[in-house]
Design a protein around this ligand. Structure first.
Ligand SMILES: [Zn+2]
Length: 89
């Protein structure tokens, strides 16, 4: 297998960063729900996470929103177009 292009590596790095951000948002949502009983804030955080996920966590080939709980590695394929997500960019 050939190495990823610069664009592919950059996208992979972006996805990894987004996974961390997403976990953080969910953790904050859980904290605001459990400890602060702040339902509006919980909803805002979850909606923000879903919004970011559908805008940023998409297949670069066909635009399908991906499941950000999936592991990110070089040979991940898109469930819709079956292309390698980080290859051929
Ligand atoms: Zn795709």
């Amino acid at each position: 297998m050939q190495d990823l292009s610069d664009k592919g590596s950059a996208l992979k790095a972006k996805f990894k960063k987004f996974q961390k951000l997403s976990l953080l948002l969910y953790a904050l949502a859980a904290i605001s729900f459990v400890f602060a009983s702040n339902i509006p804030l919980t909803i805002i955080l979850v909606v923000l996470d879903i919004f970011l996920e559908t805008r940023l966590y998409v297949c670069p080939h066909c635009g399908k929103t991906l499941d950000c709980r999936r592991r990110v590695h070089d040979d991940v394929t898109c469930p819709k177009c079956q292309k390698y997500i980080f290859r051929g960019l």
